[in-house]
Design a protein around this ligand. Structure first.
Ligand code: SAH
Length: 248
């Protein structure tokens, strides 16, 4: 029998950047890299500069109203987006510190879809008019400023690719990972049994799966409360949190 995943077109990322040579970069190694070479997903890095029309192939200009730095031109970026010729079902993201912070639930949606177009800006950002004219969804990877959108785009793609069917094998369930239930992950241990005088918590060596599960749940809840009270208290994440297998 043919699995749906086999006949689906592979998940695809189209990246618009001034530095296409940065790709696939870290996405070309390990799990993501193997999945890329085996065709589970595909990557197209397009040079925004190819859309420049003037003699100097300029892509940016000084900000209207003055101020430091340069701004990516609306006309150049719009032609670059149009030339990428993506199907309307694909999300169009603009990496931006002003954007909605990326969450695991948005990553899951992106991974379940056909794959996004991602615009990486540089300099002071992009002309506001192209954001509106091409309906770009601004996405941030955190409250700090990078020098360009490429590393942010790689973070988005990496987070999606590891969720694609077949990329992580059995691990892909991700069911007990940080954020998957609105909780941070419990602490992990492996050999040696004793490290610098510290032993592995006894319960993990007990072979009692129910006790292990209960311990992990309690640790995850305690960690989340201590480190991320925002996740813990958020009534939305409480609502969305699925019941643990024992509660179900
Ligand atoms: N002057 C802008 C920052 C520009 S940083 C401002 O204050 O908002 C240059 C580019 O790097 C951005 O346009 C964006 O594409 C990318 N970038 C920087 N920080 C980012 C972040 N936290 N998340 C996503 N993209 C980011």
């Amino acid at each position: 029998m043919t699995d749906m995943a086999d006949i689906r077109t592979p998940w695809r990322a189209t990246v618009l950047t001034l530095f296409p040579e940065m790709f696939p970069g870290p996405l070309g190694v390990s799990l993501a890299g193997k999945a890329l070479s085996s065709g589970v997903w595909s990557l197209e890095a397009r040079d925004i500069r190819e859309a420049a029309t003037d003699r100097h192939r300029s892509v940016d200009d000084t900000p209207a109203g003055g101020g430091p730095g340069m701004v990516l031109r609306a006309d150049v970026l719009a032609s670059a987006i149009d030339a990428a010729d993506i199907t309307p079902d694909r999300p169009r993201l603009l990496m931006s510190p002003r954007g909605r912070p990326l969450t695991q639930s948005r990553v899951m949606e992106l991974a379940a879809g056909p794959g996004p177009l991602i615009v990486c800006a540089r300099f002071e950002g992009v002309d506001q008019r192209v954001i509106e004219a091409r309906a770009l969804e601004e996405v941030s990877i955190g409250d700090y400023v990078l020098s360009g959108g490429e590393i942010a785009a790689m973070a988005v793609i990496d987070a999606c690719v590891r969720l694609l069917p077949g990329v992580m094998g059995k691990l892909a369930s991700g069911a007990e990972e940080s954020f998957s239930e609105g909780l941070l992950e419990y602490p992990q241990y492996t050999r040696p049994q004793e490290f610098e005088g510290q032993t592995i918590p006894e319960v993990l060596l007990s072979g009692d799966h129910a006790r292990v599960a209960a311990w992990r749940r309690a640790e995850a809840e305690a960690l989340t409360r201590a480190r991320r009270p925002d996740l813990w208290r958020d009534p939305l994440s409480e609502q969305k949190r699925p019941k643990s297998p024992r509660e179900a």
